[in-house]
Write a protein that binds this ligand. Structure first.
Ligand code: HEM
Length: 244
């Protein structure tokens, strides 16, 4: 009997997501029910970005056999040649509705920060090209961990963002909660990653916040597979109506 109880206690301890002496684990919650809806939520997905509500990823979005991170960047590859030039990024940001000044600044930051790491040789590109084949090499620290090192997508890490930081409304982040998340994701002395993360999440907030100032989980998920960008550019052209 005592042995049974001991075993039960050991097994509940081995699954605990909270440690009494680490109050931060109480504050930032982890869900333990992901598997009830989403099979193997911990398994990185190469081509599809699912979550609890969309277990097959984005309906109607073509992966073209690219990794989820490659799909995220591919919207900006307007001639589909696998290489993104600054002019394409500028036009991509314009198509999303950003003004010329903001689009120019984002273009300089993205290509200044990401081109070199993605090049096929060590010789820098005078054109600041970004090679989509190697986009995984442009990953940085202090991120959410939702892309893995090879550019796959880890559903559990998307869910963790919302269970940890969405306090006001479930599955939606206020600007303050988003800021809190990027602060919490900081690796020590990773100044580049701190700034890169703030910019990525800040631009996403500007692009996809709703009329009440919330950033919805659905918008974040669709940012990861790039389908959000296609949707927003169609919205700008007036080709689709706004997401429910
Ligand atoms: C409106 C435009 C864009 C938005 C809103 C955006 C937003 C994001 C977000 C929110 C992340 C996730 C960061 C994390 O997991 O913490 C991310 C990651 C990434 N983005 Fe973008 N992005 C945009 C444009 C681009 C462009 C043009 C490129 C390159 C061509 C790019 C390349 C990347 C890469 C390489 C990562 C992985 C970084 C990492 O997880 O360490 N993004 N982006």
């Amino acid at each position: 009997m005592a042995a049974d109880q001991g075993q039960q206690q050991a097994s509940s301890e081995s699954m605990a997501t909270v440690a009494e002496k680490a109050p931060i684990t109480v504050e930032r919650k982890i869900r333990n029910d992901l598997e009830t809806k989403l099979p193997k939520p911990y398994m990185p997905r190469a081509m599809i970005a699912p979550d609890m509500e969309n277990i097959n990823g984005t309906w109607g979005h073509k992966h073209s056999n690219m990794s989820v991170l490659q799909q995220h960047a591919a919207f900006f590859d307007q001639d589909n040649d696998g290489i993104i030039y600054p002019s394409e990024t500028f036009r991509g940001f314009r198509a999303l509705g950003f003004n010329p000044v903001a689009s120019f600044i984002f273009m300089v930051l993205v290509h200044g920060a990401m081109s070199y790491a993605t090049l096929p040789t060590w010789i820098p590109s005078p054109f600041f090209a970004i090679h989509i084949e190697n986009i995984h090499r442009a990953k940085h620290g202090s991120d959410s961990g939702t892309y893995d090192t090879e550019g796959r997508y880890i559903p559990a890490n998307l869910e963790n963002i919302f269970s940890k930081y969405a306090r006001t409304v479930p599955d939606k982040l206020t600007f303050k909660e988003l800021w809190h998340m990027t602060q919490a994701n900081r690796d020590a002395f990773d100044f580049f990653g701190w700034i890169a993360s703030k910019l990525e999440w800040g631009v996403l907030y500007l692009l996809a916040k709703d009329e009440n100032g919330y950033l919805a989980k659905e918008a974040v998920r669709r940012c990861f597979d790039g389908s959000l960008f296609e949707y927003c550019s169609k919205l700008q052209k007036g080709a689709v109506s706004k997401m429910g």
